[in-house]
Design a protein around this ligand. Structure first.
Ligand SMILES: CC(C)(COP(=O)(O)OP(=O)(O)OC[C@H]1O[C@@H](n2cnc3c(N)ncnc32)[C@H](O)[C@@H]1OP(=O)(O)O)[C@@H](O)C(=O)NCCC(=O)NCCS
Length: 449
């Protein structure tokens, strides 16, 4: 094995650790349209879902079957009929839907049962449970059109689903529901996934779709100047829906977005739209800082704030690699616990990405900024600068006239931000006594205007 591999794999794997810890025992509802399965994406999606589940996430998978039902209809010599993007399900379409759902369910269960050696599914034991968890009601007659066997979700048996998840099973739902009279209704995958996510108060609703996400200017053509908006506040998502045309096709920007908004308003904190065209998009969205698609959230997730006792573990995890390589001086857990009030952190989605501490020396009207760290995957986006500004602000509030840092490797970063080199003798007496002459750190001072 090449030694380079160790240096890339280990830090990469560790960078995922905060997410693994965070998502354990959380519930994700994942909606996969029939188009993804028709495009041959099922085996890889199943592998990724099995991996996510093995890391402790409780998964509900809802599959769609639009193209598969249309294929069955065509084979019977019938045309698919829609109104407002909803299928009009006559008795032939209902038969076709039942056949397509049966077939797909077998395929999905088979894919989850694979476990050949040397494949990502080796050793995976995913128990799949399906059932009559959805009660439906008819769509009825809209705009004078009778939707016949097309239905809407009336009730979700959340208790039943939770019990199956508690058993460690993955819950698989087809877009079908039954009325109390025993009649079957054809539902849409999006409607089922959204209703289930709200009923379970899931942590995430994820649509793995034919679109890459929502662009910054959703109705303009894609391009470098119109990239995917990775984080869309709920209010902006609602504005896009209000301003845009009524979505009819799954490829319309508002199509999945309307369900994300519904879920978000129903208490699901995060809803995602990600592309099935990108292999591993689920893993990229869930376990990488910026993700790959669009996440609809109730508010901006990144926050700069003073630390509290609950943040000690996150801070330790963040600074440890820099202590190991000698960039930062080692600090023990006890020390950080004791000084936690001195720390400021940047948190994103519950994970700490940056920190800095201020140790005041009021007698010398100065303070030391220590442990300034931004996680390698979030560097270069201005977080270091934000932390510095906040520390300066805290120092000013304490009546300090300057802040100083001791650094061996990051001198230029500070010089660029108004720090000046001074000899170690400059340090306040109390700090000078602790100065490590072997380390030969450069002392840099910034006067606070
Ligand atoms: C120094 C550090 C906190 C900067 O965080 P950041 O969020 O990347 O900072 P910003 O986004 O505000 O600034 C990025 C700029 O700093 C530069 N930079 C990053 N590390 C640097 C270093 N060691 N020396 C000089 N410049 C550096 C980047 O190249 C970038 O330059 P640009 O703006 O010209 O493109 C981060 O690199 C870090 O955690 N480093 C390891 C720990 C460390 O050295 N801490 C200081 C201990 S005293």
């Amino acid at each position: 094995m090449s030694t380079v591999f160790n240096f890339t794999f280990v830090p990469w794997f560790r960078s995922v650790a905060p997410y693994i810890h965070k998502f354990r025992n959380q519930t994700f509802v994942v909606g996969v349209p029939g188009e993804a399965i028709a495009a041959g994406k099922l085996p890889n999606l199943v592998q990724d879902l099995a991996l996510i589940q093995s890391m402790g996430v409780r998964v509900v998978l809802v599959h769609g079957f639009r193209p598969q039902v249309n294929e069955q209809l065509r084979a019977k010599g019938h045309e698919a009929r829609y109104h407002r993007g909803i299928r009009i399900t006559d008795s032939v379409a209902l038969d076709s839907a039942q056949e397509a759902a049966g077939q797909l369910r077998y395929e999905i269960e088979a894919a989850f049962s694979m476990g050949l050696p040397n494949t990502p599914m080796a050793g995976a034991t995913v128990r799949v449970i399906s059932g009559n968890f959805i009660t439906a009601r008819p769509v009825g007659i809209v705009d004078g059109i009778d939707f016949q066997h097309s239905g809407l979700v009336r009730k979700v048996d959340a208790v039943g689903i939770v019990r199956a998840l508690d058993m460690g099973a993955l819950v698989l739902l087809s877009p079908f529901g039954f009325s109390p009279t025993g009649e079957a209704f054809n539902l849409s995958m999006e409607e089922v996934a959204t209703s289930v996510a709200v009923a379970l108060q899931a942590d995430k609703l994820i649509f793995v779709t034919e679109i890459p996400g929502i662009r910054v200017r959703p109705f303009d053509p894609p391009g470098d100047d119109n990239p995917i908006d990775t984080e869309l506040p709920l209010a902006d998502a609602e504005r896009i829906l209000a301003e845009g045309p009524q979505p009819a096709q799954p490829t319309d920007p508002g199509f999945y977005l309307q369900y994300c908004v519904r879920a978000c308003k129903g208490g699901v904190e995060r809803s995602h739209i990600i592309p099935f065209a990108v292999d591993g998009s689920l893993l990229l969205e869930v376990y990488v800082h910026d993700g790959i698609g669009t996440m609809v959230v109730d508010e901006k997730l990144e926050s700069l704030r003073e630390a509290n006792a609950d943040d000690v573990g996150g801070i330790l995890q963040l600074i440890e690699p820099f202590e190991k390589d000698g960039t930062l001086v080692k600090r023990s857990r006890t020390e950080i616990e004791r000084d936690i009030a001195n720390y400021t952190i940047i948190e994103h989605d519950g994970v700490i990405f940056g920190c800095a501490a201020l140790y005041p020396y009021p007698e010398a009207r100065t303070g030391e900024m220590a442990s300034l760290t931004v996680s390698p995957q979030a560097q270069g986006q201005g977080d270091g600068e934000k932390l510095l500004k906040r520390i300066e602000q805290r120092a000013r509030l304490m009546g300090l006239e300057s802040i100083f840092v001791l650094t061996t490797r990051t001198m230029h970063w500070f010089l660029k931000r108004g720090f000046q080199p001074v000899p170690p003798d400059w340090l306040p007496e109390a700090r000078k006594r602790k100065y490590n002459w072997d380390r030969r750190s450069q002392v840099l001072v910034k006067r606070l205007g």
